[in-house]
Ligand binder design. Structure first.
Ligand SMILES: Cc1ncc(COP(=O)(O)O)c(C=O)c1O
Length: 439
């Protein structure tokens, strides 16, 4: 007999394509042989284990500052952490004390993901405007929750507002639910320029006025803390351009401190929407574990600047090593390399090799060619997982053809020698695909 599932439940029965792909792989993953460049894990050496331990002790030893840290917390989040996040913004010149007037800093029950999820829960389903390629994890969740994705291609400054304006001619503002802008995009790593952020807020302001109610603009700045190429523009908070109160800036400490702390936050104008989001945090789990919030507050107050400099150095170096390996081993096959300036992804466009899950390239790297010599379970036949572009581009969008020959590789987790081994494996996969095409 079947269970009576909600609409959302029914759509969640089958795992998402990415989950299906990674779980097939992780079941038989051979440590030290197979390589996973698909996951967005941070590098373990960037996680400040000893300092976090010191913060844990300080939190427990200072009950006058950190009250009841092992008890339940309040849904709105720890005041210590809210204050530490505010100081972090001010120290990085993104906002000043006065900018926080009438703003709420909401702490997610479980990372930025829980805030994004809550936003989808409390807004009327409709069209979500985002970039193409898109952050496939969230957009997939949104689709299951009944939203429709309008994915707009990027130029070097972010989503192309002129194309979006053109597209919107056929759309009533009533149909729009919200904007979702990943400011250092995942997967493409495109940085949304400050001018483009301003244009997007301006457009949302116009559309809101037309329909007589606010259209929120969610700016997900997950990777802004990992911007290590000093030629890039220093990002400004979009809250600076937002006169009406449409912008919600979502951040996370996952990438810069430790994902397992599960600390994400949103900053927005105090409004009905911020109240509703806080209620949703309470529904999901009362608050993020208070001890983690206090450890994070202590860390931000005392150690973040020095730590961040070190993290940026680690990723800058890794990005250089991987780019060098790509240029050395893959040059004949690659049309375009995006990445290596911020975050820990490269998004590659091949010249004419397909990368989707039915392609020879993919089959070679997942050892599912049907040719015993390639697929045999030996140490020499390492398997490699990456995120095919087909999962990142919108299937009814502008980039669908290009996505067939794109791929995202993450260089966060694996060490540099392994990354070079991975690139060499990719070259073998390119050679194999070329050979198959000739036949
Ligand atoms: C664009 C983007 N937003 C949000 C998240 C999730 O952040 P958190 O770990 O705080 O849930 C990720 C994680 O990879 C991400 O890539």
């Amino acid at each position: 007999m079947k269970f009576l599932l909600s609409n959302f439940g029914q759509k969640s029965v089958l795992p998402s394509p990415v989950n299906a792909m990674t779980s097939a792989f992780t079941h038989t993953f051979r440590e030290g042989i197979d390589i996973n460049l698909g996951v967005g894990y941070v590098n373990n050496t960037t996680i400040p284990q000893d300092t976090l331990l010191a913060c844990f002790e300080q939190v427990l030893q200072q009950p006058h500052i950190y009250r009841n840290p092992l008890n339940y917390g309040a849904a709105a989040g720890s005041p210590n952490l809210q204050e530490a996040i505010q100081q972090y913004y001010i120290a990085n010149n993104s906002l000043q004390t006065a900018d926080f007037k009438n703003k709420s800093i909401i702490i997610g029950a479980n990372g930025a993901t829980s805030i994004l999820d809550a936003i989808a829960d409390v807004l009327q389903p409709g069209i979500v405007i985002t970039a193409d390629p898109m952050y496939y994890i969230y957009t997939e969740t949104l689709e299951r929750k009944g939203f429709t994705i309008l994915a707009i291609p990027e130029d070097e400054h972010g989503i192309q507002v002129d194309i979006l304006r053109e597209k919107l001619k056929g759309v009533s503002p009533q149909e729009i639910s919200f904007f979702y802008i990943v400011t250092i995009n995942n997967p493409s790593t495109t940085q949304t320029s400050n001018a483009r952020k301003q244009e997007i807020v301006q457009l949302a302001t116009e559309l809101s006025a037309q329909r007589g109610s606010n259209i929120p603009v969610v700016f997900d700045k997950a990777y802004e803390d990992l911007l290590y190429d000093t030629s890039l523009e220093i990002p400004q908070s979009p809250l600076l351009y937002d006169k009406v109160g449409l912008a919600i800036e979502v951040g996370t400490l996952s990438k810069i401190i430790a994902p397992a702390l599960r600390i994400g936050y949103a900053i927005c104008k105090t409004s009905e929407l911020s109240t509703v989001l806080i209620q949703r945090m309470s529904d999901i789990g009362f608050s993020a574990p208070l001890i983690n919030q206090e450890i994070a507050a202590c860390f931000l107050h005392n150690y973040i600047q020095e730590h961040r400099a070190r993290v940026l150095e680690v990723y800058r170096h890794k990005a250089q090593c991987v780019r060098h390996a790509i240029e050395t081993h893959l040059a004949p096959y690659i049309e375009r390399i995006d990445g290596g300036k911020a975050s820990f992804y490269y998004y590659l466009t091949t010249k004419n090799t397909d990368t989707h899950t039915q392609s020879d390239f993919y089959k070679f790297l997942s050892r599912t060619t049907g040719i015993d010599e390639i697929d045999k379970n030996t140490e020499n036949n390492a398997r490699l997982i990456y995120v095919p572009g087909e999962f990142c581009v919108h299937q009814q969008g502008f980039m669908v053809q290009q996505g067939q020959r794109q791929l995202r590789i993450s260089f966060g987790f694996e060490e540099n020698e392994t990354l070079e081994r991975a690139i060499i494996l990719m070259r073998e996969a390119f050679e194999y695909s070329t050979m198959k095409k000739r036949k």
